[in-house]
Design a binder for this molecule. Sequence first.
Ligand code: SAH
Ligand code: SF4
Length: 343
Amino acid sequence: MTDIKSLYYNELEKFITDNGFPRFRARQISDWLKKGVTSFSEMRNIPEKIIDFLNGSCYISVANIEKKLVSRYDKTVKYLFRLNDGEYVESVVMSYRHGYSICVSTQVGCKMGCTFCATGKSGFSRSLTASEILAQIEAAQRDLSVRISNVVLMGMGEPLDNFDNVVRFLKIVSGEDSLNIGMRHITLSTCGLVPRIYELAEYNFPITLSVSLHAPDNETRSRTMPVNKKYPVEQLIAACRDYFSATGRRVSFEYAMIDGVNDTDECARKLGRLLSGMNCHVNLIPVNSVEGSSYKKSNLERQQAFIRILSKYSVTATVRRTLGSDINASCGQLRRKHSEGGR
Ligand code: SAH
Ligand code: SF4
């Protein structure tokens, strides 16, 4: 079966004409898909013969709302979506003064096993197709009756471990035949798969690359992020420097502050030395504690000390505002609870 919403327009056109139907039908079908129909029978101007053909040869990816949580504090909405094959993924919609932003998943689970992450703890099931990443945005827009203007690939999964589908998603979602969300409004977050960062740079997409650093040296980083044993800090930073020179896009670094693990003054000095002279920004995030882990957030004083020390190295850093704290808005926790039957 062909995953029709993962096709580029020219591929859809070829698919339709190769099967003996007129070219203009591809445009009509594409327009219906753009409107967000979830079945072929809704395509009212398409003859029955073609509808039958589509039903027998293709499917439309959908994200069905299995569960929805709305934060009482800030209207952040968290979804647990059920995909066509019954797998579950999470997305979070945040509203800001300038519009709506969605954090989408790129895989069901994750192979990377970071010790502070709920997704990492629940194992890996499969990667998402381009259309399944897109379906999360469409389902949220429909449910909330809003236009989402910003997308962050920061939900469940490692986007660069699903490279081809993610590239396809980026090209489709930013195009006029789809949601038309410009790449400047898209952020891709990675735990640091170094060869894939070089590969991504070659595409020269105007997206923002966000790198989950979380520690300034190999010893500390390898303790929480197993991926660091394969791609150590020096290699990762070299890839980020290359990414900036190739694309001209400022890289941002995520740094989840964990009490007593990576939040000492010494860590801040090392981080300052590591990033000094680089055109970048550091987002400090007090770690969210997840079930089954003993990690605790760094306190306000530690957060401020970090910013102060980093500024001595001319490295800019801000503490990320926590949204949806009452609904466990960071991804991975809802699916985990759901699959353990602990709703
Ligand atoms: N796999 C990618 C993207 C998904 S994770 C990555 O790791 O970058 C999105 C972000 O959430 C990453 O920066 C990740 O390190 C962070 N994160 C995961 N669990 C967290 C937690 N418990 N507290 C704070 N940040 C967390
Ligand atoms: Fe995977 Fe990212 Fe979680 Fe690490 S932080 S386990 S890479 S989703």
